[in-house]
Write a protein that binds this ligand. Structure first.
Ligand SMILES: NC(=O)c1ccc[n+]([C@@H]2O[C@H](COP(=O)([O-])OP(=O)(O)OC[C@H]3O[C@@H](n4cnc5c(N)ncnc54)[C@H](O)[C@@H]3O)[C@@H](O)[C@H]2O)c1
Length: 303
């Protein structure tokens, strides 16, 4: 049994990961400031600290008391658009907060640090994006995620901290928040289940690479076991928003009509991440978009 600290463990991906770690029989401690997370997402017996990762002293108390061996770091400002208007806020959560964890990992001899990065680090460059490609991050959120990857490399080279940084594509599935900077699938589902018409921004032809949260959890577990360095976590399949709309609408006897408004300036038109590197490690996406959307719909309906 390993003592594991999960930051952001009350959030969408974090709580799915906590569930899997508990099932594996690991001893899990969660740190989350509950700005977006929800305690209802967590199994009752998981040890929980309502601590903000920007607060070094409180974090240190958790390390001192719990002596974790491995860290899965998911806590972050996930709102890319907000990072544009509030870059300092984003840097405080995503850079300073992460650095606090890295410093404590050094002081407490953490065996492995698995960090949630993002496909947003690539920017609008040739697809499918590969890990070794030169990246062109545009938004402060993407810059802060890339910065942490650089710090991870520094901590490994200088202090021998083993790490994996996982660049997720668009993650969807049960427990996703439908507020704020959530994914289109949870936003549409939430609206449709309330009987409200969802809105498609722009043409709806922009594509994204949707990966099911259960597959992302498996990628985290594999990265802990034998990952080292940077990996994309994706299906490498493009799906546009109109297709997502139709898939979801079919659960409602196609009663919703397509409602388009404006567009979002600067939005990336096509997104697709290569997953060859993680596949070579022994991972592959197991849940198809159809299966994943069905599971997500069932969860939202029974929420
Ligand atoms: N969902 C996606 O499609 C996606 C894509 C790429 C990367 N990611 C990354 O995956 C990770 C998890 O994202 P998610 O979708 O589960 O988001 P989420 O908002 O559901 O989870 C993040 C959790 O972190 C907590 N948190 C935020 N700031 C904190 C702070 N300063 N101190 C302590 N806790 C804090 C929130 O309360 C929340 O529970 C994030 O690092 C995100 O950047 C997600």
């Amino acid at each position: 049994m390993t003592k594991i600290l999960v930051t952001g463990g009350a959030g969408f991906i974090g709580s799915n990961l906590v569930e899997a770690l508990v099932k594996k029989g690991e001893q899990v401690v969660v740190v989350d400031n509950l700005s977006f997370g929800n305690l209802k997402n967590l199994p009752l017996f998981v040890k929980f600290y309502q601590v903000d990762i920007r607060d070094f002293d409180s974090l240190k108390e958790v390390f001192e008391k719990e002596k974790p061996e491995v860290i899965f770091h998911l806590a972050a400002n996930i709102d890319l658009r907000k990072s544009v208007s509030e870059p300092i806020m984003d840097a405080e959560h995503n850079i300073i907060g992460s650095l606090n964890l890295l410093e404590l990992s050094r002081l407490y001899n953490i065996k492995k640090f698995i960090s949630s990065s993002s496909g947003a680090v690539y920017g609008d460059i040739e697809i499918p994006n590969k890990e070794e490609q030169e990246v062109k991050p545009v938004a402060p959120y993407s810059i802060s995620k890339l910065t942490i990857e650089k710090y991870l490399d520094f901590y490994e080279k200088t202090y021998g901290l083993k790490y994996a940084a996982l660049r997720y594509a668009n993650v969807y599935g049960p427990k996703q928040n439908s507020k704020g900077e959530a994914g289109v699938i949870s936003i549409f589902l939430d609206k449709m289940l309330r009987g409200e018409q969802p809105t498609i921004f722009g043409t709806g032809l922009a594509t994204r690479d949707y990966v099911y949260v259960g597959d992302v959890v498996k990628a985290n577990l594999l990265a802990w076991e034998k990952g080292q360095g940077i990996y994309n976590v994706s299906t490498c399949k493009e799906t546009n928003v109109i297709d997502i709309f139709h898939m979801l609408n079919s659960f409602f006897d196609n009663k919703f009509s397509r409602n388009h408004v404006g567009g979002k300036p600067g939005e990336i038109i096509r997104a697709c991440l290569s997953n060859e590197k993680l596949k070579a490690l022994g991972w592959q996406p197991e849940i198809s978009l159809e299966q994943g959307i069905r599971r997500t719909y069932d969860w939202f309906k029974n929420r």
